[in-house]
Design a protein around this ligand. Sequence first.
Ligand code: NAD
Length: 551
Amino acid sequence: MTDLTADATAIEQPGAADRNPAADRNPAAPGGGRTVAAAVPPSLVSRLAAGITAAGEPALVETVAPLTGELLAGLPQSTPADVEVAFQLARRAQPAWAALPVRRRAAVLLRFHDLLLKRQDEVLDLIQAETGKARLHAFEEVLAVAMAARHYGRAAHSYLRDKRHGGALPVLTQAIEARRPKGVIGHISPWNYPLELSIGDALPAFAAGNAVVNKPDTQTALTALWARELLIEAGLPADLWQVVIGDGPVIGPAVVEHADYVSFTGSTRTGREVAQRAAARLVGASLELGGKNAMLVLADADLDRAAEGAVRACFSSAGQLCISIERLLVHRSVADEFLARFAARTRALRLGGGLAYGADMGSLVSVRQLDATVRHVEDAVKAGATVVAGGRARPDLGPFFHEPTILDGVTADMAVCAEETFGPVVAVYRFDTEDEAVTAANSTPYGLNSSVWTRDLRRGRKLAARLRTGTVNVNEGYAAAYGSVSSPMGGMGESGLGRRHGAEGILRYTEAQTVASQRLMPIAPAFGLDDRQFAAVLTGGLRVLKALRFK
Ligand code: NAD
């Protein structure tokens, strides 16, 4: 990596401290839309909170609206005993649901798709209020969920239908591979894409005949609860989707303790713990974890498209996106030109927090994310990196705003080089050869997403085969692969286990069961044959099958 930054000072850029703060700060977006208080009134909070499994007089935890810092909601917290109750209710409801024909279950997803598109403004307000992201980025969630609902609504039947296989003895044995639901899925989701990551992964679980106990992050529980309400309106039996919330290290393990399968999205650190607990119980788990994703700009790339793509790839949801790009590897021959175009676009991004379209980037979700972002930028600058764009928190816009930031001259000793920032910060590195770029791209333990920019699609696809990531986007940052919901999506290495989307995205929620039936004669000596004769007949039979290329 150090090699790649050998001439990191090629572009003369002043450090953050030297710049005129008023002149080059990102502009504020026009306001507009409803206020958070109007969009999320107490009546809505208490209606949605009624969907949380929490008995007695539960403790309330307050959440804050990141855009303004004002109080958003007081939410009842579930206890481990409530989690047990949630699993009991879900387990009771699941067999009747599993007994329905797949098409009846899938029809609920198709109705949900239509309702979601119709009622999207309600959930866009909620996502913005809970996460602070720009409305355009909240809409990405609506889009992703609608596409998943439609895909599994239409394709669940073919993914799940019985498959005939050649049996042990041709004609005499018939084998059918059937897919049975796991039972009750324990589904743990983070705050960053609260609609997509609560319901997006639950939809195929329901289509496959399961119930789900979901633990969303408390900060974004209202969005998950809204999705639950809508899915019930679309026809899902209410007990089939239980929502529990509470302290992650307490309620998360309680969910894993009772689940027949665990679907987890979150950090690599927590993912490891979840995997260990699931392994101890011998239940399966899919883990969608962190990343330190690279974008490669080859010498023949369309630099304007690449610069625009980089803005989307690095700063969507203020970089709080697992597949977001945090490392930009650019061929040395085009690096200066690319960086000039990328920096100009980045500086022009309008920051804002209205509950309306118009802002190009919103706020970070919390002081924790803001602190992590500031720490990465400040440490890098102290150790000699250069701020090409952004570089500062923006408390004038809201408590957790931070400018979209480009760093140059980042070296391996800086935290921002290899640690996931999960904020609006990207570091630029230069390379001379494709081999060098591939080595650098593959140099982290993560392996979630990567992006390659070139005018030669064949070259891009060939290069993809050398990248150790679960998704590779050619001439796009992340949306092409993530939006291709019939193809699997997930991480290699420390970015996870298993895949969402496509066949794996639904089959992970099933157990394969082989039902084999034997006809006419057993697979044992019969018709007066002794053991030796039986062995000779079968040996001959295998030779015949081989000669006929049957087996
Ligand atoms: P996190 O791991 O802290 O929390 C994720 C969820 O796990 C939350 O609901 C949390 O309450 C719960 N949790 C916390 N401790 C737990 C425990 N001991 N056992 C079980 N559950 C526990 O992650 P986060 O900070 O909320 O989310 C950001 C991380 O998620 C980033 O690293 C990001 O890259 C990753 N992420 C990955 C994907 C993906 O698809 N690969 C998508 C989104 C986010």
